[in-house]
Design a protein around this ligand. Structure first.
Ligand code: KG4
Ligand code: ZN
Length: 356
């Protein structure tokens, strides 16, 4: 065919996803299966459960993406699959399945780093040249990096403990938001955002962490602890049982969201200044890309808009469906690597997934 075509497969966490993307960024077919509801019930991801669900869905999801694209596997230029980072048991399902396809259809294999894929997604939707700054904020990851090329990243900062989405999920759980009629089917982060709109952020004062740290690292566990203490205190005052929803839940949600936004914005501000001082980024019109599930939070986005407008940067967020885990970003990363001639394997004999 005229264009390069890549099948991308993603199973690193709790989404089974696949997509076929061409060289120009056209998404020919995509499919995804979310495990969120099962994991919400157990109060967190149990790896063997996630693995089982990936096994039950991978064949169908890949088939759906291929069917929608109206191409046959023989037309593919390569198969790209997330190999790290992520849950070992989940990654193994996608890798084993991909290697079967690679053997069957004699296709090159492109191992994909999940964070690289998140970082490059913006180049599918926008015309963005290297270098650009990228902030990845999700349930499993938190990092700031300078993207200098397809597989050339300078890590500027990371979370020293947990990711912001993980913290928001835990606070939401502690607030029993799953029992809240308006939030029951939402992820923790979305539930916090939804409830925060009805709350007053000034009712509780939560200080941002690491105000003196001269780097671009993050920390969210202190925020979680302070918030939990407030919740425990309020539970006593309101005389409610564990599992009931506090009348001050919306105010607490607003406060924790505000401090999370401040912290993320301040660390990002430092990274922009650092890169400009060292001339790693242009003085004006530098690009900040924000991605990951937490990037869909409009309050956090507004905080970042203030930072970028003050530093003459352009803020870019891929559309929400491409910010969370998906197959398109993996396929696109495959296209980027094909074009750059990087990391394309024609022999996968050495690569075998060994379950623990
Ligand atoms: O990127 P993602 O789908 O998966 C990974 O973690 O890699 O991100 C999911 C995370 C969850 O922690 C979820 O609570 C958070 O993103 N999230 C949000 C919002 N929507 C999803 N956090 C804050 N505000 C939101 N609107
Ligand atoms: Zn992700």
């Amino acid at each position: 065919s005229l264009h390069k075509l890549v099948l991308g497969i993603e199973t690193s966490c709790d989404d089974t996803a696949a997509a076929v993307v061409d060289e120009t960024g056209n998404v020919l077919g995509e499919a995804i299966h979310h495990q969120t509801e099962v994991h919400l019930k157990t109060g967190g991801i149990i790896p063997p459960v996630a693995q089982q669900l990936h096994r039950e869905n991978i064949q169908r999801i890949v088939q759906e993406a291929l069917s929608a694209s109206r191409i046959c596997p023989s037309e593919l230029s390569a198969i790209a699959t997330t190999i790290k980072p992520g849950l070992a048991l989940s990654l193994g399902v996608g890798l084993s399945f991909s290697l079967q396809l690679v053997d069957q259809f004699k296709k090159p294999f492109i191992p994909i780093h999940h964070m690289e894929a998140h970082a490059l997604t913006v180049r599918l939707t926008n015309k963005v040249e290297f270098p650009f700054l990228v902030l990845l904020i999700s349930g499993g990851h938190c990092l700031l990096a300078l993207a200098r090329g397809v597989s050339d990243f300078l890590l500027l900062g990371k979370s020293l403990d947990m990711a912001p989405g993980d913290m928001l999920d835990k606070v939401a759980r502690r607030l029993s938001l799953i029992r809240h009629p308006e939030c029951a089917t939402m992820s923790g982060g979305r539930a916090i955002e939804h409830l925060a709109k009805q709350g007053n952020r000034f009712h509780f004062d939560i200080q941002p962490p690491m105000q003196r740290a001269k780097n671009c690292d993050f920390s969210f566990s202190g925020l979680q602890n302070i918030t939990n203490k407030i919740i425990t205190q309020k539970e006593k005052e309101e005389g409610i049982e564990k599992g009931q929803i506090l009348s001050s839940a919306a105010d607490i949600a607003a406060a924790v969201q505000h401090t999370t936004a401040c912290h993320i914005a301040k660390r990002t501000h430092r990274a922009i200044l650092f890169c400009k001082q060292r001339e790693l980024l242009p003085q004006s019109n530098a690009v900040l890309v924000v991605s990951g599930g937490v990037a869909s939070n409009s309050y956090i986005r507004k905080a970042l808009e203030i930072v970028t407008s003050e530093t003459q940067c352009t803020l870019l967020c891929p559309p929400p469906r491409l910010c969370t885990d998906n197959g398109v970003m993996i396929a696109w990363n495959g296209i980027e690597r094909l074009r750059a001639g990087l990391g394309i394997l024609h022999n996968t004999e050495g690569i075998r997934y060994e379950p623990k």
